[in-house]
Structure formats: structure tokens, C-alpha cells
Design a protein around this ligand. Structure first.
Ligand code: R5P
Length: 279
């Protein structure tokens, strides 16, 4: 049985089309801004789908309230499917006194849920903070399907070495070459980016990342590829956490920008619903 939170309403219709097993819920806000949830039914086992994009804190609290409400109605086993997990980028202390926010969030979700499924977690090592079973789901199949025809005999690139596994996962599904950009320091103040060991001249290229925020990373990489004589340049990320103006900035620099629908945006063209339903 699925329960769809307000952070996953944009996925609800597609989920309903393929799965009739959806438990209705009432979700409201009190006049003072606090959330109210009520599950209209009960289930021994349930999967709550709730993405935690902006307003992140509200979506997170709702996930906890839904867990609490389902336990109250007797649920024995609960799974949280969180397509986009807020706070996942704060995964270490860089200045004394900081929180490891992703740890705080995962531990709290673990108070109510036995299992946690997150899409393309920024740092998969942080799954260890969840007290139960935690799974990082790759959207590579959906991304590969969307770009298969457009990319043709192209190349898949990651914007940095850390994202190489993402590019590899997509490329392997398409049977294409993959690589990553490397940063080369050419002076104390200047850093040059270049793709490692691949010739992009005349080739269509797909750049794959987990998150696009300001769009700076993608614009830089795409501009470079164009300068190097690449054919069409497509960019894709799992999570479109777009800062003001980012969609326009990236769109201008590339042939197509697409993200998955872990977060609803005007360019969320790739659906993760089939992956959610197959978990
Ligand atoms: C960084 O570690 C992430 O994987 C993304 O590359 C980053 O969040 C992209 O940020 P922006 O769009 O602001 O360049």
C-alpha cells in the first residue's frame, strides 16, 4: 500500500495509473502554519512516498507525521521512499561546531521507518546513518531511456571524478563510451576543466550529475565542450534543485536540459515512478 505525501503529489497520478494500492490521506496546515495529517485507512505494511524539496522542513515533518499516523493505525512495517532527500549535501563537518545534517535527518526518519529508499544520494556512504535498511536508487535506466535516441553514438561525461559512477551507469545501459572532467590547475588563480581521455569532436555528449543548483558546473562544462567542437550537448541531473535563473542559464548553454521528477520543475521530463513502483 502506498501513501503519497504532498511532496510527491506530482507523482501521484502516474502512480495511480499503474498501482491502485494508494491509501488516501488528508494533509492540511493549521492557521499557525503547523501541519496536520490523517490517514484514511490502515495497512499492516505501507510505503510512504515523500520528496523533501522546498519547503524542505515541512516536507520532512510531514514524512514523520505520516509515519506516526500509520503506526497509530497499527502498521507493522513502514518504508519511506524519499526521491529527493533534503540536507543530503551537509555530510561532514567543515567548520567546528557544524551539524552533519544528513545524519540528523536519517536518524530521525529511522524513528518511524524500517526502510529508506533515496534516489541518487549525494554521498551514498551516508546511508550508514539510517538505522534500518537503506538503499540508494539509481535513475540511470530512466535517464538512459530518455536520451537513447537523442544521443546516438555519443559520449557520456561526468562533470567531475566524484560523479564518474553516475556517468558510467548511464553509459553502460547505452553501450557508450564514458569519462569525466578533470580540473587542472594552470596557475595559482586559474583552473582549467577538460574531459579525460576522450575525443569529443563531432560527438554528441550527455553530461550527468546528481544535482543542478546554480547551474555553474553544467554551464562551464557545456561551454567547454562546445569550444572543443562537440556536437549536441545535453545535460541531465537527478535532482533539479534550481536556484533563481538556473534553468534559463543552463538552457541557453546547451541543446537540452532535463532532470528527473524527484523534484517537480518545468524541465522534470524523466519519470522515476516506474522505479518507485518496482522497489
Ligand atoms: C556537487 O558536488 C554536486 O554533485 C553538483 O555538481 C553541484 O551541486 C552542482 O552545483 P551547481 O549547479 O551550483 O554548479
Amino acid at each position: 500500500m502506498f501513501v503519497v505525501g504532498s511532496g510527491a503529489r506530482h507523482l501521484g497520478d502516474e502512480m495511480k495509473r499503474f498501482s491502485g494500492d494508494i491509501l488516501e490521506v488528508e494533509i492540511m496546515k493549521f492557521p499557525d502554519g503547523e501541519k496536520y495529517v490523517r490517514v484514511l485507512g490502515s495497512a499492516d505494511e505501507a510505503t510512504v512516498v515523500q520528496s523533501t524539496f522546498k519547503p524542505q522542513d515541512e516536507h520532512l515533518i510531514e514524512l514523520l507525521l505520516l509515519g506516526d499516523a500509520l503506526r497509530e493505525r497499527g502498521a507493522k512495517r513502514l518504508r519511506a521512499v524519499v526521491p529527493y532527500l533534503a540536507y543530503s549535501r551537509q555530510d561532514r563537518v567543515t567548520k567546528e561546531g557544524e551539524s552533519i545534517s544528513v545524519r540528523a535527518v536519517m536518524k530521525t526518519i529511522g524513528l518511524y521507518y524500517d526502510e529508506l529508499y533515496v534516489f541518487d544520494l549525494h554521498n551514498p556512504e551516508t546511508l550508514k546513518f539510517f538505522p534500518g535498511r537503506a538503499v540508494n536508487v539509481s535513475p540511470a535506466r530512466a535517464i538512459a531511456g530518455y536520451f537513447k535516441e537523442k544521443l546516438g553514438d555519443g559520449i557520456v561525461l561526468a562533470p567531475d571524478e566524484g560523479a564518474r559512477e553516475r556517468a558510467k551507469a548511464v553509459a553502460e545501459r547505452l553501450g557508450l563510451e564514458f569519462s569525466h572532467f578533470e580540473k587542472e590547475r594552470i596557475s595559482p588563480t586559474e583552473v582549467r576543466m577538460r574531459p579525460v581521455d576522450v575525443n569529443v569532436t563531432g560527438k554528441n555528449v550527455l553530461i550527468v550529475d546528481d544535482i543542478i543548483s546554480t547551474g555553474g558546473t553544467m554551464v562551464k562544462a557545456a561551454t567547454l565542450l562546445k569550444e572543443m567542437g562537440a556536437g549536441k550537448v545535453f545535460v541531465v541531473a537527478t535532482h533539479g534543485v534550481f536556484a533563481e535563473g538556473a534553468i534559463e542559464r543552463v538552457s541557453k548553454a546547451v541543446d537540452e536540459l532535463a532532470v528527473t521528477n524527484t523534484i517537480p520543475t518545468p524541465v522534470s521530463r524523466i519519470s522515476v515512478v516506474p522505479d518507485i513502483l518496482s522497489l
